[in-house]
Ligand binder design. Structure first.
Ligand code: ADP
Ligand code: ZN
Length: 764
């Protein structure tokens, strides 16, 4: 690879005294951590086969070691003899259209991730390799039978039969079946090929029938008035032919999916394609069937697909054969050539964030893509993210469409809050299940109904509690609880970054009780519940047990068929599921997440509470919900019980504004991970110092650096972790700072070892 030339964005191309030629030159993005693209000559033999978006290997360094790289541009232009040639072609097929490559550039810049890595993440490996597909040898005529008859002196019956067969088929026929049909041999085939009459082509085929088709039916109901007006808004956004974002705001069951479907039908009727993105957990069989029955040609993409299925889907989408793509994360990069609409269901869902570089957020990528293409996006949610809500009031392209009621006006469940501090005092011990919770559970079991028990997230953090006076250690500046860091012995607030040495004795005047550390986890809940209800069938679902989609589906099936009485789990099971026999939902510990991880704690608590309220109950028996907490005054709880999103979001925005947190500023989180704690701290300090000096020199207003601080998850797999937060109101300033930081020679190796997370959703 040529050394970078300093200022341009590409490697040096042309030298005065070089041996000049004109030829094909490819600009490539290597799949290694570099910020630039580089030029390579295209060998003549490759010219016809090379396309942008394809992966190739290119030689780098003195020894010309070959590494993979994506072709991002091909030009015919003058070049000199010092330009090295591309070594080889890797991908059979490129599904990275120019549009997607452009999007890749944006993602790479915004999320501060090398372009090569970004492009790699945009198309599944199996798809690029067309893996899992069967290669089928086919034969087709090279000339018309007429011409062959004229040129050939005499044709044997077998040859004649074979040629006639090919002519009448009018398309390539699979060699194996062709030969057996006409009773011919391979040598006969070779003869007609060498005579120039027939040629052999290969075709990629799906090994088995991978998609089942569903009969097409339109539902017989009319949209209600709210739906009509929401659809009207979306339709005019489609007709406007420009970028816009509509927040479709309505509780689950208010008919949002029906709006996505009808909006997509309009787009498809106009000959365009549409993408519907859903979180993994929401992509149920019911949803797929519902979508399949409403569109002629739907592609479904999710993490459980086989390589073959994935390859076929991408092909069919690229060829326009599929009109609608429903899918999880990677579907946002579906190679649609005439995309007209993107819908994002449950836009607030944090699982839309990619946890590896590029650490993109699917909703935000959907918005970027739609913005570039000048098409609308629809973002659906019952509890919109604070960011989206903010955008709706601050950005002209964002608007709201509201579905205020459920279609089938089900009664909302009765929510009771149990203050666990009182429970502890009364029972004189630390209990996991309050008396009320136990009572409600046994009633539910007696009536042969089902129950769900939830924890707010899988808490790894522990909080500090005084059993004598019921005090829970809180931040002096915030409403959040302090979280103990076992490695530093400190308690920290992850909202305002206050930290204090963890006391062992209660700080309340005149109390002096011995403080205990509280922990809870799904495993423990499962154990306790099984002890209290030995006859009930209890099952646990959390991210440990949910690695495999099939496992999850199994639990869902067992719960549906009522083999399970009580389902214990994290927030995950509160989503997208509809169990008609669940009449009781217990939130075992609403505070875990709220005390634990980050500034989004109240937001996620509110979301959890709302989802819970949407789950319990059915037409003839309104559900019951019991929420156990040690802080009933938390806004995420207080407003959720009243189903008051508006007041919640106002309070939350005010708090975020005071602290200068998103959406008022963006965050880039830099995490340093090393074996020794001194090293991590030292490198974190170097990073923070460099950033502070840079910001000072450029006089960037309101741009700030926090840290280095030990991460909440201060040690992970034996390695220490510190983070530095960069906060800025301007994304372009942020990008500029990160770009300069990455190439700062003073920082040397430090910068290559950190992870950069722009707009983080988890601060653990
Ligand atoms: P959401 O996506 O907001 O959860 P859905 O679109 O899935 O809501 O609607 C919930 C249920 O109500 C679905 O079974 C759907 O078929 C049905 N439904 C939607 N709109 C109507 C309507 N206007 N009349 C009757 N049923 C409807
Ligand atoms: Zn605080």
């Amino acid at each position: 690879m040529r050394p970078p030339d300093g200022n341009g964005s590409t490697g040096h191309l042309w030298i005065e005294e070089g041996d000049k030629r004109v030829g094909m030159v490819a600009e490539v993005a290597p799949v290694i951590p570099v910020t630039k693209t580089y030029s390579f000559a295209v060998p003549e033999s490759m010219e016809a086969r090379l396309a942008t978006g394809q992966r190739v290997t290119v030689p780098v360094g003195k020894r010309g070691r070959c590494i993979p790289a994506f072709v991002v541009q091909i030009d015919r232009r003058p070049w000199d003899s010092t330009l090295r040639p591309i070594e080889s072609l890797v991908d059979r097929e490129s599904y990275l259209t120019e549009e997607l490559i452009e999007l890749g550039h944006l993602i790479s810049r915004y999320y501060c991730c090398p372009l090569g890595w970004t492009l790699k993440a945009m198309t599944p490996e199996a798809v690029r390799q067309q893996r899992g597909l069967r290669t089928v040898r086919c034969a087709k005529l090279s000339k018309s039978l007429e011409e062959i008859r004229i040129s050939a002196k005499r044709l044997s019956t077998k040859r004649q039969r074979l040629l006639e067969r090919l002519e009448s088929a009018g398309e390539p026929l699979e060699v194996r079946s062709l030969l057996s049909d006409v009773g011919a041999s391979e040598s006969l085939l070779r003869a007609v090929v060498s005579a120039g009459w027939v040629e052999i082509v290969t075709r990629k085929e799906v090994p088995e029938e991978v998609f089942s088709s569903v009969p097409r039916v339109e539902p017989d109901f009319e949209l209600n008035a709210d739906q009509k007006s929401a659809l009207g808004q979306v339709t005019s956004a489609i007709e406007a032919g420009e970028f816009s974002a509509t927040l479709l705001y309505g509780v689950s069951g208010s008919g949002k999916t029906e709006i996505y479907i009808r909006a997509m039908q309009r787009v498809v009727a106009a000959g365009n394609q549409a993408i519907l993105l859903v979180p993994e957990i929401v992509l149920t069989t019911q949803l797929v069937q519902r979508l399949s029955s409403r569109f002629e040609r739907v592609a479904v993409s999710h993490s459980g697909l086989t390589d073959a299925q994935r390859s076929v889907i991408w092909r069919q989408v690229a060829s326009g054969e599929k009109q609608v793509v429903i899918g999880t994360r990677s579907a946002v990069f579906a190679p649609c050539r005439n995309l007209g609409l993107i819908c994002v269901d449950e836009e607030q869902e944090t699982s839309y964030k990619n946890l590896q570089a590029p650490r993109f957020h699917v909703r935000d990528v959907a918005i970027m893509r739609a913005h570039r293409l000048g098409i609308p996006v629809v973002l659906g949610s019952a509890t919109a993210s604070v960011e989206t809500w903010y955008n709706c009031t601050h950005r002209p392209e964002f608007r709201r469409a509201v579905l205020p009621k459920r279609v089938k006006d089900l009664p909302l469940p009765k929510v009771t809050i149990v203050d666990m501090r009182e429970e502890y005092r009364r029972q004189r011990r630390q209990v996991l299940l309050s008396d009320l919770m136990v009572r409600q559970l046994s009633e539910t079991l007696e009536q042969a109904e089902q129950a769900v028990l939830l924890l707010n997230r899988r808490g790894f953090a522990s909080r500090v509690y005084c059993p004598s006076c019921g005090t829970l250690l809180r931040c002096p500046n915030c409403t959040t609880f302090l979280v103990v860091h076992t490695t530093t012995g400190e308690s920290a607030c992850h909202h305002c970054h206050t930290r204090i040495p963890t006391p062992s004795v209660c700080p309340v005047m005149g109390c002096g009780g011995r403080l205990v550390h509280l922990k809870s986890g799904t495993q423990r809940v499962e154990d306790v519940v099984s002890q209290v209800f030995p006859d009930a069938s209890v099952r646990r679902v959390d991210s440990d047990t949910m690695r495999h989609r099939s496992h999850y589906q199994q639990v869902v099936n067992d719960f549906e068929s009522r083999k399970i009485d009580i389902l214990v789990g994290t927030q995950m099971i509160a989503k997208g599921l509809d169990f008609p026999h669940v009449t009781f939902v217990g939130v075992v510990d609403a505070d875990v997440g709220a005390g634990a991880v980050d500034f989004r704690a109240q937001e996620s608590l509110f979301q959890l509470m709302t989802q819970v309220a949407g789950r319990a109950g059915r037409a003839d028996s309104p559900g019951r919900v019991v929420v156990q907490t040690m802080a009933p005054d938390m806004p995420g709880l207080r407003f959720a019980v009243k189903h008051d999103y508006d007041s919640f979001v106002q309070a939350e925005l005010a708090a975020r504004k005071r602290a200068g947190l998103p959406p008022y500023r963006r965050i880039a989180r830099l995490v340093v991970t090393r074996d020794r704690e001194e090293t991590v701290r030292g490198e974190g300090q170097a990073l923070a110092q460099w950033l502070r000096a840079f910001i000072l020199a450029r006089a960037h207003q309101h741009t700030e650096v926090w840290g280095p601080h030990p991460c909440p998850l201060a040690r992970l797999r034996g390695r220490y972790r510190y983070d530095v937060l960069l906060l800025s109101p301007s994304p372009s300033i942020m990008q500029e700072i990160l770009l300069q930081m990455r190439s700062a020679s003073e920082l040397g190796r430090i910068v290559r070892r950190i992870t950069i997370d722009v707009d983080p959703v988890s601060m653990s």
